[in-house]
Design a protein around this ligand. Structure first.
Ligand SMILES: Nc1nc2c(ncn2[C@@H]2O[C@H](COP(=O)(O)OP(=O)(O)OP(=O)(O)O)[C@@H](O)[C@H]2O)c(=O)[nH]1
Ligand SMILES: [Mg+2]
Length: 397
């Protein structure tokens, strides 16, 4: 018996619809990562920064409701400072950065700026930076014993290792001051006498940019929530710069097993799924880190027994000189092991750039960057984004 044509068409449509629904149901959630022809990670997909971003939840301290006058003895400010290690020669690059941060945030809250240098600051540096803010500026020299290469470092070995790293394309590996800077930022900045009475810091580097109006006191925000550390960008590192960092870390952990936090971030530190060859080359460490040219944190964490002992262990091992350990992986591993993961905060609302990467939220408070754009430059930079691993293992709080 012949079936009428419209009925045949209807039947076919139903079958196609059912097949489509089955396919959709089995497809699983949309992936956050994109992959290349060999299945390799090529960058984030569906960047959460494209979704509208507002202010964080809960009570926020505002400049129009509280006393944030620069000279007020009873101001609402907590004991915190903006800190910057910088050279006199970087003044022209620091000025636009200071202007950005003053315009978007600090002109409302007037936290002091403290500048650090291994050399004395020039009068011009002092005059021109103080002119950019109503807040107090302080100029400090790094103590010689914090900056000098420690006496247990063999300089011949340093020079030989630097050559090898240079051949591997590791930037600044033969520049001794770069190693000194990384070591100081890893374990000595918070020991500077000028920071003794401060608890919270916001690290600022010359040349970085800030894009969004932030209308709440970020230091009060982290204090109220007992946040240990805040970041904007999560990146992979060059494994050749840190081959023995993870093996040294494992030795330290084996000797101090009780130091590990109950709610640690080991899964993120040791992820071997996103870029397995990186984890392999770094001997078990994914190389994922908080990009430390931006950090807002609680120095009590770094001054505490666990991180101090960890830094001293690493310092003695020599990798700040024989390799090119950066303060970013060292801080990040310290936090990942000893801090409570719930107390690490992604400042998704603070629009930020340090060449070549961005944290650019989709918010009417921001201008000058493209929401969700992670890098400027060659497309290979996309795969340096480690956020998919961080979101997977730690979350996006
Ligand atoms: N006073 C002083 N500051 C330094 C020295 N080396 C680096 N810094 C500062 O330390 C911070 C990090 O140095 P950068 O040269 O920016 O290192 P980086 O961010 O890894 O490299 P870039 O990608 O070139 O920015 C910056 O705030 C510099 O101004 C130094 O020898 N003396
Ligand atoms: Mg820099």
């Amino acid at each position: 018996m012949a079936v009428a044509r419209p009925i045949r068409m209807l039947g076919a449509s139903c079958i196609i619809l059912i097949l489509f629904l089955i396919f959709q149901m089995n497809k699983g959630p949309t992936s956050i990562i994109s992959k290349g022809p060999k299945g390799e990670y090529t960058g984030i997909q569906n960047d959460p920064l494209k979704e509208p971003t507002g202010e964080p939840e809960g009570h926020l301290w505002r400049a129009d409701e509280n006393d944030y006058a620069p000279d007020s003895a009873n101001s609402a400010r907590t004991n915190a400072a903006l800190i910057s290690l910088v050279r006199n020669e970087e003044l022209e690059e620091l000025i636009p950065t200071m202007r950005d941060l003053e315009r978007t945030w600090n002109s409302k809250f007037n936290y002091p700026w403290i500048f650090f240098n291994d050399k004395p600051f020039t009068e011009e540096f002092k005059k021109r930076t103080q002119a950019l803010t109503k807040a107090k500026c302080q100029y400090e020299q790094v103590p010689k014993e914090h900056w000098d290469v420690p006496d247990w470092i063999n300089m011949d070995l340093f020079r030989e290792s630097a050559e090898v790293l240079k051949e591997q394309g590791i930037q600044y590996s033969d520049k001794i001051s770069y190693h000194q800077m990384c070591r100081w930022n890893s374990g000595l900045f918070y020991q500077h006498p000028a920071l003794k009475n401060y608890r919270y810091y916001w690290r600022v580097e010359p040349k970085v940019q800030f894009f969004c109006d932030v209308d709440y006191d970020v230091f009060r925000f982290i204090e109220d929530r007992n946040i240990t550390y805040g970041f904007t960008i999560n990146l992979f590192d060059a494994p050749q710069s840190i081959p023995t960092l993870w093996p040294e870390t494992k030795k330290f952990l084996a000797a101090n097993p009780t130091y590990l936090s109950d709610n640690n971030m080991l899964d993120w530190l040791t992820d071997d799924q996103l870029r397995p060859e990186h984890t392999d080359a770094a001997n078990g460490y994914s190389t994922c880190h908080f990009w430390s040219n931006f950090e807002i944190g609680d120095m009590e964490f770094f001054r505490g027994e666990k991180y101090s002992a960890y830094f001293n262990h690493l310092d003695r091992a020599g990798g700040f000189y024989y390799e090119r350990w950066g303060d970013a992986p060292v801080h990040s591993i310290g936090l990942g092991l000893f801090a409570d993961a719930a107390k690490v905060h992604w400042f998704r609302d603070i629009g930020y750039n340090h060449i070549p990467y961005y944290n650019c939220p989709n918010s009417p408070k921001c201008s000058g960057c493209t929401p969700g754009k992670f890098y400027a430059g060659e497309p290979f930079l996309a795969k340096e984004d480690c956020r998919p691993s961080y979101f997977k293992h730690v979350g996006a709080h």
